[in-house]
Design a protein around this ligand. Structure first.
Ligand SMILES: [Zn+2]
Length: 350
């Protein structure tokens, strides 16, 4: 065993815990998050403008579903009581752990996550990272790789600011196509932070299908272990089996994190698979021998994705995807590997 800070351990917002205590784990979600600064889009038409500042209601829901990035209210998950109620739905279905990937520029709130963890009994693992370049503050241009590295290490080994609440994963690190110079700096700092802390790295994937592979190469060149890298957004990025296998050959994890979503509104030209196609793709990957590199979750990050606002919610994989997997012949043992063993392996410090 190496002497890194998290070697052999998992760190939640409340404590260092045994990997055996994670249970069914959602490896990429957001309980508290603000995406307005990064994604808000002003509509072109005056008839749409009227909806942008309205709270979500049954009257506005259909419009918001079709313009999720133009609803001010939609892009904000700031209600702790709502987060508890929604996370509890996952707990009641047998869930054990949620990884909250909100980070420095997405209004990450360590104390709120600790309270949600106590209220629900779920383990919550908090991220430390920087999202895509649009979310970075103006200071990022002059910040050095070394300074970013120190921030990540401090979040994990000492805690965020004065809270004493520690991050347990590096990310989500935002990447774009093409990669922005500041994103490159963040990736290299993340790889070096893994060498010090042992924490896994989780990536918000670049949108061009050739680029996730390049991101894994950049991280590996900077010293990261591919077997502790999670590449997210597989279901909107790698649209062919060949591309998915090419990435899997690096040894990294392929995270299907859009379960429950039918369309990819940020790039409407993409034909995102529905849940049944996602499961069929996963079965193809299992046949190729990649069972131990696949993760399943929802990346819930705005209001219309949670149940109170008509969405699918954090329990969707357990309630509605597991039956699809069973129907298509995925065995109980393979489901156990996907939902429990894979997240446990990657979240345990290297
Ligand atoms: Zn995310």
């Amino acid at each position: 065993m190496s002497g890194k800070y998290l070697s052999g351990k998992v760190q939640s917002v409340l404590a260092v815990i045994s990997p055996e205590d994670l249970g069914v784990t959602l490896s990429h979600e957001h309980l508290i998050v603000d995406l307005k600064q990064t994604y808000y889009q002003e509509p072109e038409l005056m008839s749409d403008m009227a909806f942008t500042r309205q709270p979500i209601s049954l009257e506005t829901l259909n419009w918001v579903r079709h313009h999720p990035l133009s609803s001010w209210d939609n892009l904000l998950l700031d209600d702790e009581k709502l987060a508890i109620e929604e996370a509890m739905l996952f707990r009641l279905e047998g869930g054990g752990t949620i990884v909250d990937c909100s980070n420095r520029n997405l209004k990450r709130d360590p104390r709120a996550l600790a309270r949600i963890s106590r209220a629900t009994g779920l383990n919550i693992i908090m991220g430390s990272g920087y999202y895509v370049w649009q979310s970075h503050g103006p200071e990022m241009d002059t910040k050095t790789e070394e300074e970013i590295l120190q921030e990540f290490v401090q979040d994990i080994t000492e805690g965020v600011r004065d809270t004493g609440i520690r991050a347990g994963i590096i990310g989500e690190l935002g990447t774009s196509s093409p990669l922005h110079p500041n994103e490159l700096k963040v990736l290299r700092a993340g790889a070096r932070a893994q060498q010090i802390t042992g924490a896994a790295i989780t990536i918000h994937a670049p949108r061009h299908e050739a680029d996730p592979l390049k991101v894994v190469e950049i991280l590996s060149d900077a010293g990261a272990d591919p077997q502790h890298i999670i590449m997210g957004d597989i279901d909107r990025t790698l649209l062919t089996h060949e591309r998915r296998c090419e990435l899997a050959q690096t040894g990294c994890y392929l995270q299907y994190d859009h379960f429950g979503q039918l369309d990819y509104y940020i790039m409407p030209e993409i034909d995102m698979p529905n849940d049944r196609y996602r499961v069929s793709e996963i079965i193809q990957l299992i046949k190729e021998g990649y069972l131990s590199q696949i993760l399943l979750c929802h990346d819930i990050c705005w209001k219309t994705m949670v149940c109170r606002y008509g969405g699918h919610g954090y329990a969707h994989v357990l309630k509605y995807v597991v039956p699809i997997m069973k129907m298509k012949g995925v065995t109980e043992e393979q489901i156990h590997t996907l939902l429990i063993e894979n997240p446990k392996r990657v979240l345990t410090g290297v």
